[in-house]
Design a protein around this ligand. Sequence first.
Ligand code: SF4
Length: 566
Amino acid sequence: MAFSGALTLTDLNDFITPSQACIKPVEQLNPPEELKEPGAASTEIVIDSSGSYYEVSASGPVPNASTKTTEKKLQQAQISLNDCLACSGCITSAESVLITLQSHTEVLNFLESNPPPTSLSHKVPVLSIAPQSIASLAASVSSGSSSAVSPGQILRRVQAFCTQILGFEHVYDTTFARHIALLEHTQEFFERKRGEGKLPMLASACPGWICYAEKAHSEMLPFIARTKSPQQVMGTLVKSWLGSTWGQQPDQIYHVSVMPCYDKKLEASRQDFYNDVYATRDVDCVITTGELELMMREKGWDLSVPVNDEDAPCHNHSAFPELLAHPGTSSGSYLHSLIAAVTQASPDPLDLTVKTVRTSDYEEYILRNRITGELVFKGAKCYGFRNLQNVVRKVGREAGMQVGRGAAGRMGYDYVEVMACPGGCVNGGGQLKPAVRKKEDEEGYTRSWEDSGVQLPDPSEDAGTIQGPKWGNKEWTKEVDKAYWHDLPTPPASPTPEIQAVTSLAESADRLALRVKVDLCHPKNVAGQSDWASAMDQGAESRRRDLFRTQYRAVESEVVGLAVKW
Ligand code: SF4
């Protein structure tokens, strides 16, 4: 299998279960011929110099020079992403081992073979990049420079690289898609509050967590929000909305997204995001931040060098408002957007209290009526598999189910922002690792690291560069988090609900979101549409759900029973 050069297994302690061998059952398409008598023939598997496998049958029990042999070339076993999704053997970063179909080489191959725009079979190449990926690139560039580089500057440099060097026609960040995801997510929460669904609602933007629930805890599925993640909302925006404004059908657009983790590749490959009519996906290929950076290095692009007009106001260049600030967490602010919405909907003033349960990866947020003291909302932010398992046990216990052991106490949550990675998306497995450039050892002596037996990350790199801290390093995660919030007109990670002042950028995002809704859902009462939450007729509502929500299904556990060790 050919893997991306950026694909490295680093810290695998995010395993929830012990590692297993791949469980994909080996299909025997040509069953072996039955032997007429025991010992009448012998069969061997041989490998030729090109690496092809052959089944060699000899006509006698002990092959010798006079023995007749027949050779049959054996087919290679194929493992697709859907096979990975149907497996409980590996979770999050380990799934990356099986990913070959979605890689930066696929993107380069597509761009190379894409016919010119004058051809009818030309596809419009579009790239969208997550704000966490931009933050990772910004932190990496800033760490090697005397002044900090902003997300806005990085976005401009990525746009320049992708359009001028790679040939993409459009490059966007995904924060407007996240804006729509947050609006839809809020709407879904209030529906559940009215009794149209179960509480607590659990976040749905992290495929690492969703795959885990589908594979190992299907009893959690009714609690997980149905709202699509920003990546998949972006897919809808690019293929359906922008496509229609450009006069292009969904299959005439090739959409690549740059994401902070490998799990987003699995998300994009889900059957629910495949358009049967046009035989295309909302997101055709997902690459990680590391793969984008690798492409830049391969093409000789230096991200630390400024490009023209990189300090121009972000929103002047794009079809969408750019780098929209959503105050709260650097994993999407799902919990905080609900806190803001509940506060806004309350007739009385509310007070917010925040309690750290263990670490900053598990915090509780409680809203109480300032006058009566009544509990109005209880939510939590819960990152990392250890905390996540706790939530699964407790939600299961509250729902009257026995899920594992050790459940303690009642949570009474209305909402939990669940993310699989410790530290959240800024610490995704596909993010850049910090490069530590040093020619001296700890005692200050100049060293040749290679001569000392230290493995360098890339032979083409400066020999003074040694591998930075591994994935999961808290100090580096803080740096990426800092870069994420760099020049945003928002507070850092824990704002009070009062700091939800609507900026002009957010207002224009709301207006554009409404236009997208009207254009795609075709409500009969267009004049009655004032915002995303405005009620529509049944047909339009059903289109909205098709476009902006998804569904989950439990993975059949008997697959494990077919486990075959390769
Ligand atoms: Fe991906 Fe980690 Fe974010 Fe989940 S928390 S979406 S696995 S980066």
